[in-house]
Ligand binder design. Sequence first.
Ligand code: HEC
Length: 148
Amino acid sequence: MKNTPPRYSKIFFFVLSLAIVLPAAAHGPSGHHDTATATQEEAMKAQHERMRSFKAAMSSLLEAIVDGNGSLARENASRLMETIVGYEKDAPHKNIARIKEFKGFYAELKKRIDRLSEETRSGVIPKTAAAYGRVLETCTSCHAKFRD
Ligand code: HEC
């Protein structure tokens, strides 16, 4: 940065501050995010991101299973494994007192994702399909209690 003219760095910091302020302003004044601290806000974002990534991986896995595409199945099982890393920081937004149950669903999901990953490596598609179903069941059980 030694040779950077001062003007350039001013613009840089202006853009940087916009990048920080704008998404916060766009978020709107209502909703449960209102009372959250910055750290909580970060954790919530990470959790939303995790859920989106779960969904993308599960959709691709379904396609892989239906098409009998073993390598696509393995790839997306790995994505699930990577996506669940750090789940211990997640927390429910409702039924907050039942945090233990929430964590229980996550622990079960982790086990089932591990199992699914093993099945994709064995390459037997019907077994992968069954393991997929067990993962999906855990997603929806948690949603029924803590999301919907
Ligand atoms: C331990 C509980 C739990 C498990 C397990 C779980 N979810 Fe979620 N999910 C939630 C909660 C709570 C929300 C709503 C808040 C949020 O988005 O963080 C949510 C939201 C979502 C959303 C909406 C995201 C958004 O942008 O609003 C999707 C999609 C999703 N989950 C997919 C999945 C999939 C697929 C799985 C399984 C691989 C899964 N979830 C497993 C609790 C869970």
